[in-house]
Design a binder for this molecule. Structure first.
Ligand code: ZN
Length: 168
């Protein structure tokens, strides 16, 4: 999933959770924060870059194999957030971060370790493997968006997210 799909998905999730679970429309500040939280799992890419464990355009970013891309990690963080911030922020945090991992499971190069730490097996709905042709960085995403399933999912998420954000 690209950053476009994650942003649309985050807006959509925040809107659905706020209306469906909390019975109110999502406030603009909530939607802005939701986008940041929805992108949080990919912050491990910046960490990998800073630590010299990944060089863009030269190697695959293997962050889907990091604990920071595992559902249990964010489930535990949401539970830890509950007594500190309250039930609603913890539920929204959990929905947004787990939603990110669901979107990474849809279209991805390798998949998400849904069973970690029991198993390191990665699950993907339709895995793509352009890295076998040494395609990294932006060239990888160019390869990725040429699949109709990627374009359809990204477009639906963006339209749905914008509808949630802009409709009263
Ligand atoms: Zn991700």
């Amino acid at each position: 999933m690209t950053i476009v799909g994650h942003i649309g998905g985050s807006l959509l999730i925040a809107g659905v959770v706020e209306r469906g679970a909390f019975g109110r429309p999502a406030a603009p500040a909530t939607l802005g924060l939701a986008v940041l939280v929805g992108l949080l799992p990919d912050a491990d890419a910046l960490l990998a870059l800073a630590l010299g464990r990944w060089r863009p355009r030269q190697a695959m970013l293997a962050h889907h194999r990091y604990p920071t891309h595992a559902p249990l990690f964010y489930a535990l963080l949401a539970l830890a957030l509950w007594p500190l911030a309250g039930a609603e922020p913890a539920i929204l945090f959990g929905a947004l971060t787990l939603g990110h991992l669901l979107l990474d499971t849809w279209g991805t190069d390798d998949g998400i370790m849904w069973l970690w730490p029991v198993s390191r097996r990665q699950f993907a709905v339709w895995p793509t493997h352009p890295h076998t042709d040494l395609v990294f960085g932006w060239r990888y995403y160019w390869h990725y968006v040429r699949h109709w399933r990627a374009v359809a999912a990204e477009a639906l998420l963006l339209v749905g997210g914008l509808a949630v954000a802009l409709l009263p």
